[in-house]
Design a protein around this ligand. Sequence first.
Ligand code: CTP
Ligand code: CA
Length: 226
Amino acid sequence: RFSKSVNLPLAGKKVVVTAGPTRERIDPVRYISNFSSGKMGYAMAEAAVKLGASTVLISGPVDLPKPSGVRLLKVESAAEMLEAVLAEYEDASIVIKSAAVADYRPKEAHAQKMKKKEGDSSISLERTTDILKTLGAQKKNQILIGFAAETNDAVAYGQSKLDSKNLDYIIVNDVTDPGGGFGSDTNVVTLLTKTGKTFPFEAMLKSQLAAALLEKIIEEERTTVH
Ligand code: CTP
Ligand code: CA
């Protein structure tokens, strides 16, 4: 499935990477989001470019420069990210879902700033669409790679996400590990494959880790009979 080119094994392949958090609007001045920095996703996109892929980076709001060689599509909400990813899915060879998509959004986004009032207040939330699960359900030949951000029982939770979202690989991230996590330049992860293999990676720079992960996945794809 992959070019024999040692240097550019992803030449001629389209890789779609999502990165960063999403923002779900409450009103014109407030939103719900998370601490994702986008660094791991941007590193994955840069690694894909270096391996020769035609790379599309679909990014939530982050404070990072555009990596050279990628086509950058900026989005804000989970709904916008879903639409952008679906539009790029059909001819993609690999989809890497590094984004920390918000699981909930306010039921209504108020058109005007909400005013404070006496006593308690609450916002009604509803679930966002699970983008990765949607991709898994309509997968043809694409290789689907997910991330799992966990604080406990990371590998077990990662395994269940690999299965339930119909993924080929999942990169499990214990965000409490002192060697990595949100905002850090380094990361410690475990790669799980749908064929039942487990590859732990040592703490390293996110840029190095991204290259090492793609290299391992390409090697697996070359040696695994589907
Ligand atoms: N994901 C997604 N769409 C969502 C939520 C998650 O595509 N609405 C993707 C993420 O990009 C990631 C993977 O699913 O690749 C796992 O995300 P994670 O937040 O770890 O898992 P969830 O399935 O959302 O479960 P939970 O947050 O409850 O652990
Ligand atoms: Ca989640």
